[in-house]
Each structure stands twice: as C-alpha cells, then as structure tokens.
Design a protein around this ligand. Sequence first.
Ligand code: TLP
Length: 346
Amino acid sequence: MAGFIDLRSDTVTKPTPAMRKAMAEAEVGDDVYGEDPTVNALQEKVAELLGKEAAIFVASGTMANQLAIKAHTQPGDELIMEATSHPYNFEGGAIAAISGVQVYCIQGVRGILNASQIEAAIRPADHHYAVTRLVCMENTHNRGGGSIYHLRNMREIFRVAKAKGLSVHLDGARLWNASVATGVTLNEYAQCADSVSVCISKGLGCPVGSLVAGSKEFVDRVHRFRKMVGGGLRQAGILAAAGIYALDHHVDRLKEDHDNAKRLALGLKEIRGIAVNPDHVETNIIIFGVAGTGMTSPAVRDAMKNEGVLMNALPGNEIRVVTHLDVTRDDIDKALSAFRKVILEK
Ligand code: TLP
C-alpha cells in the first residue's frame, strides 16, 4: 500500500521502471499455440537453471504446486508433507479438491523434515492403506520462517523416496533465496526432486508468475491440467519478460533482503517481550512471538499500521515480517523505531 513500509510479504513488490520497460517491449505471440517467444525463452531459461528437460509458465505458485501434485498422483493416493507446508495449509484445500489426494502430515523443525521421518511415514504395501505416491519439500520454508533445507538433507530424502518408488516435488517458491543464502545452485537443489515449482512474483519482484519444471513427459501432463483449470494464457510474454529481466537483475540483490531481515531480527531481540532468535533468520522471513509484550499479535499489527508499517499477524500471537525489493535498510530502522514506540511506550 502506498505510503506504508509494507512487510506483509515479498509478493507486494511493484515492477521497477526498468522491468516495466522490458515488459512493454516484449515480443509476444499466442502461448496456447506455443508461439510466444518470450514465454518460450523464460521456460527454457528456468528449465536450464534447474537442470530439467522442460518448464511451463503458470499464473501463480498455488497453480504451480497444485498442477504438479495433480500430475504426480491419482485420486486416493497419499502424499507426505510437513504439517505447516504451504500447499497443505494455504492453498484453499486444493490438494483434496483438485487431486483427490490425502496428506500425511509430519511435524518438522521450522518446517524442515529429515529422511528418517519420511521413511517412517511411507505406507506398507497393504490394502488397508492409501498408496504413498509423492513426497513434497518446501525450500525455503515459509511458515518455518524462511528456513533452508540443507542440500545433504534433501539428497537423503530424495534417495529414500526413490528407493521406495515415490516421486518428489519441491515447492521452490523462494528457491532463489535459499541459493543466494547458501551458494548452492538451483540445479543442485533441483536434482533432489522430480519436479520443482519456482515463483518469479516473490523475492524476484515480478508482478505475476511461476513455473513448474520437470521431465518433458511430466511438463506435458502439467500442460494438460493447466488447460483444464483455464490457465492457458495468450500473449503472456509481457509477464514472462518481467521474469527474464528479474533473473538477470534481481537475483544477487536478494542478499540485501537477507541482511535487512537479520538487521530487523537483531533489533527486535533488544525489545522487551519479543521472542525472536536471529540465528533462525536464514533468508528474508522473520516470525516472532509477541505474547511476552502483553499485547496480542493483531493488536501489534494494528498499532504498527498506525505507525505506517504493515505486517501479518499469525495465530499463536506470532507476527510474520518479510523483506523484499521495495524495503530499504532505512525502512528497517524506521520499522524498528515504530516497534519500540508501540511496544515499549504502550
Ligand atoms: N505465499 C504467500 C501467502 O500465500 C502466504 C506469502 O505471502 O508468503 N509456496 C510458498 C512457499 C509460498 O509462500 C506461496 C505464497 C505459494 C507457494 C503460493 O504462491 P501464490 O501466492 O503465487 O499462489
């Protein structure tokens, strides 16, 4: 929202003038005929970055995850996923509605699972049970506070899943954040999954868009399901051009977002009653508790709004703040002053 320091999400970014110029000048065609050169270029670029045969442009991260789940499964199957994961909690019940699949949820540590937890959740070959078909990971993990799946852990999970004949999907909405924070390439992460969804409308700052990558055959199935849900776009090159621009200009700068998040967490730690562990802030998301301040999280959110700073209140008196392209270091310092005013001078 104009005039506010908006820490609600990295989805709130507005395209920069240079990005808008790239969008305005994009060469376009009808993508339902496969004829949009800019969409094709973005798909090829992302497939190559992820080391997959193909990638397909879709409208949103939700559409990317849900079409991937649909393409991996049959109704009645079961998938294994962390209990606070995005596709299970924040995609409107789509796993059940669109794929008819049930979820075996496991509680992770800040959203992160390990291979032995996955192994223990795989159903035996017995007709009492659903057929376990798919394992999903989320890197970085949103509700886990932007936590990172370490590569060794992902490799081990992939090995366990493959040994049991399961498919693996990675919700990589913020995979670029993980990569910039660790130096692990997108390709290395993507080799631990059969399919990967990535969002260009989060940290990369594009107005719209996500991609799903995998084998040619898999992406062809996703293409069919994209059509079914009305997701076949026409001159989408205008959107894809933003993605190409962002890949060339907005990836390395994610480090600034991570530094700003850390700065905010270190400042919050000094405020009496706020429960935050700056060591847990690995990327651009901070989740912290406010119960010790004597205020509820909605009360903190509302009071901060009056001070010109927006954020999301979560259940359990927690607050989520997210740093991004449209938040400067100066904004972080202003937000910290506002927090001090709201919490210490109440
Ligand atoms: N997350 C949004 C909200 O839905 C919570 C946000 O503000 O963080 N995977 C992950 C890990 C996500 O965080 C999100 C969006 C999605 C998928 C879905 O992307 P969209 O919003 O494009 O459908």
